[in-house]
Design a protein around this ligand. Structure first.
Ligand code: ADP
Ligand code: MG
Length: 240
């Protein structure tokens, strides 16, 4: 589903990604972790074309992300992304937040989009909040809306960039629960997160990054059992 082949990227003379390669199969859940500044956000932004890269290749469902002929809007419509900050439109109601892109990008009718939006709100437990504005919701609720909004586009894969790290502790689990459910339903997911409980529960593989490199790419049990690299061992011992 997602193939990352020898991707490198620099900002001027600073190399942010060095020769990163991995393959993510349909239905696989990958957790990406590593110290701050190791290139995790940059790597997942490359996957849906939010960041250009200078060398290597990324193929998502047969679409070459780096190919200048690829329409990035088409790709982004197919790959859902959820960020640390929810980025809902503050002046629109929750249900309008969920319908906008369906109507504008997918050409769905307003009614069809609203019906789909409400169904997804129900799924994340927020149907009763459909007509409120984002500001009236807690951070955890807003992040669940952001996930529902991404799902409204019928994505073939979902990318998460530290979706719980800006939340108060008591709200983290309500967001992780939605992600666990998605994973159990077979969604292909690439999740940057330091929530190792989540990783243990649903990840198939864990990727550990350090200084722009994929240092470790291992099945979950191998990773938690004994990471091969000293860097990953140190990292794990600090966060567990
Ligand atoms: P992570 O998500 O693992 O914390 P990032 O991918 O955000 O790491 O960033 C990796 C490195 O690239 C950091 O050192 C960061 O300062 C640098 N960086 C990120 N964006 C830019 C940019 N637009 N210009 C220059 N350096 C950047
Ligand atoms: Mg980051």
């Amino acid at each position: 589903m997602i193939s990352i082949r020898q991707v490198s990227k620099s900002y001027g003379s600073f190399q942010v990604l060095s020769d990163c390669s991995t393959e993510i199969k349909k239905g696989e859940v990958i957790v990406v972790c590593g110290p701050s500044g190791s290139g995790k956000s940059t790597l997942i932004k490359c996957v849906n074309g939010l960041e250009p890269f200078q060398s290597g290749e990324i193929i998502v469902d047969g679409i070459s992300v780096g190919d200048p002929r690829t329409k990035l809007s088409t790709l982004r419509a197919r790959v859902g992304m959820v960020f640390q900050h929810f980025e809902l439109f503050p002046h629109m109601t929750i249900v309008d937040n969920l319908t906008l892109a369906q109507v504008k990008v997918l050409g769905r009718s307003r009614d069809e989009a609203a019906e789909k939006g409400l169904k997804l709100l129900e799924r994340v437990g927020l149907k009763a909040h459909a007509n409120k504005h984002p500001g009236a919701l807690s951070g955890g609720q807003q992040q669940r809306v952001a996930i529902a909004r991404a799902l409204s586009m019928d994505p073939i894969a979902m990318l998460f960039d530290e979706p719980t790290s800006a939340l108060d502790p008591e709200m983290i689990n309500e967001v992780l629960d939605v992600m666990v459910e998605l994973a159990n339903e077979g969604m292909t997911m690439m999740c940057v997160t330091h929530e190792m409980g989540f990783a243990r529960k649903v990840a198939h593989r864990v990727i550990f990054m350090d200084q722009g490199r994929i240092v470790e790419d291992a099945p979950k049990d191998d990773f938690f059992g004994q990471p091969r690299s000293e860097r990953a061992q140190q990292f794990l011992s600090k966060i567990l």
